[in-house]
Design a protein around this ligand. Sequence first.
Ligand code: KG4
Ligand code: ZN
Length: 335
Amino acid sequence: MNNILAIETSCDETAAAIVADGVAIKANIIASQIATHRRFGGVVPEIASRRHMEDIVPVVEEALATAGLAFPDLDAVAVTYGPGLVGALLVGLAYAKSLAYALDKPLIGVHHLLGHIYAGFLQYPHLPLPAVCLVVSGGHTNLVYLQSHTERRILGSTRDDAAGEAFDKVARVLGLPYPGGPELEKLARAGDARAISFPRAWLEEGSLDFSFSGLKSAVINYLHHARQIGTEVNRADVAASFQAAVVEVLVAKTIQAARQGAARAILLAGGVAANGALRGELTAAGQEAGVPVFCPPPILCTDNAAMIACAAYYQYLRRDFAPLDLNAIPDLTLY
Ligand code: KG4
Ligand code: ZN
């Protein structure tokens, strides 16, 4: 059995996981820093790095204890090397490189977004290809065509804010705590999605790109205007109407991409994939289009190291190992 230990420290979660043969999660430990960053309304990079330094050793120890394994049982050490906060990434990298060197085991450098995509293969190892993957996280929004495990291409990307960033910023103006996405979803459940008609950015005919900054501004203007004329705002309606605008565009463009590429599957990935409205509407639209939709469980959608271990397993199979001078690349692009 192949046991890969993966480390993920790209943002505000110190995570370590052990996955066997790319499918069996033996441990998936996540030390979240949400409580630390909440009072600042967002992630403070320097504080994140320091917390990773405090947490990395106990988190890995807990992963080994949960899996019932010791260091010599590991076959490889995987680590996220970008994109992300440079100081945060460096903590995970320094740990992973030292461990790989000490154990004399291969080091595998994993792209964070590829990790999000492989949450899908961790949950559904037989997911049919070619597939279209919608990657929606706090920093990225991409439509990716997955031809095989080594060939992929970007079909569309956001031209401004990422979907998660839009959720977080709108949540903030609605007075919700950080991180805003899940809080906004909770509030939206009590609202009417048709109450306010916010704009949908379809962009040029046929474009698979996204744009969310206009929608974000429309929400801010709506709230300002209401305040100016002294009318009461139904915050739940605003949240539900905003969420509906984001979801409608994400779903329509994903289905369009799947049709154009004759995809055999649609995969949803990234932190925003935890959103119930997006999961529900994409699944329904996929059913209508005759393309099965795969949504990994929310715990594998938001940042975790099990997804990194799964992506690393496919790299392990083709001996795609990293040198011990692997560096953090904060703006690493998806290749
Ligand atoms: O993938 P992720 O955990 O970290 C990044 O790589 O960015 O994504 C975090 C993003 C945040 O913007 C967060 O607000 C959003 O995902 N998010 C959600 C939900 N859960 C997390 N957005 C909408 N609804 C959710 N339930
Ligand atoms: Zn992420």
